[in-house]
Design a protein around this ligand. Structure first.
Ligand code: IMP
Length: 212
């Protein structure tokens, strides 16, 4: 099946190609002729994901899907959440596209400060629980269909590993104790990841409906 993936994120595209496998020919938004940043002004992963798929469908009129995803850290009230890609700019100029390194620095700084304050006040250490979440919106004949995935874990004290992208070096998935997401092989990450779950649900749905 030939389908457009509404993303400019090379990490997401690489993983989606791996997860969906040979039966799918994935075209990036740029390859479909959409090179501008697709607006994301919603307040949930699902709203943003729908917005991206609708935008692409309006511009190209082809079947497509999008992935809105991010990291939720419990002690930070669910942040960075929908602002994961631009967390280092939050509270400042959100149009500045910060890189993965400065986003990671902000999460570690905020979490470590909370932990330091808790210890100084004689309270129990801050929980470092977190999860990656992903909402995929598949647009078939102009109708949206939603698929979700989430992956539980904890935030490490420092970066380890070179694989994956984004927050992977500081995310310790519960499913692989003692290793960060960036230390897993591609297959290992895809087998447990938020994106792997959501895209496999989408592939099952397409198969059941016989969409080719
Ligand atoms: P989006 O393009 O608005 O969906 O932003 C997603 C952001 O969430 C990415 O830029 C990453 O910072 C983060 N993110 C999403 N999925 C992953 C993942 O699998 N690993 C690490 N970071 C991720």
């Amino acid at each position: 099946m030939k389908i457009v993936f509404a993303t400019g994120n090379k990490g997401k595209l690489r993983e989606a190609r791996e997860i969906l496998g040979e039966g799918y020919e994935l075209i990036s938004s740029a390859e479909a002729g959409v090179t501008e940043d697709i607006p994301e002004t919603g307040s949930t992963f699902q709203e943003n994901s729908l917005q991206k798929s609708e935008y692409l469908y309006r511009k190209c009129g082809v079947d497509c899907f999008s992935d809105d995803s991010g990291l939720e850290v419990d002690a930070l009230g669910g942040a960075p959440g929908i602002y994961s890609a631009r967390y280092a700019s939050l509270g400042g100029d959100l149009s500045i596209d910060h890189n993965f390194e400065s986003n990671i620095d902000r999460v570690l700084h905020e979490l470590n400060s909370l932990e330091f304050k808790a210890i100084a006040a004689g309270e129990k250490p801050t929980e470092r629980t977190a999860r990656f979440r992903c909402c995929v919106t598949l647009m078939i004949d102009g109708e949206p269909h939603f698929f979700d995935g989430s992956c539980e874990g904890k935030i490490a004290y420092e970066r380890t590993g070179n694989g994956g992208f984004g927050y992977d070096p500081i995310f310790l998935p519960d499913a692989f104790p003692g290793r960060s997401m960036a230390e897993l092989s591609e297959d290992e990450k895809n087998s447990i990841s938020h994106r792997g779950q959501a895209l496999r649900l989408m592939a099952d749905w397409l198969k059941t409906r016989g969409v080719k």
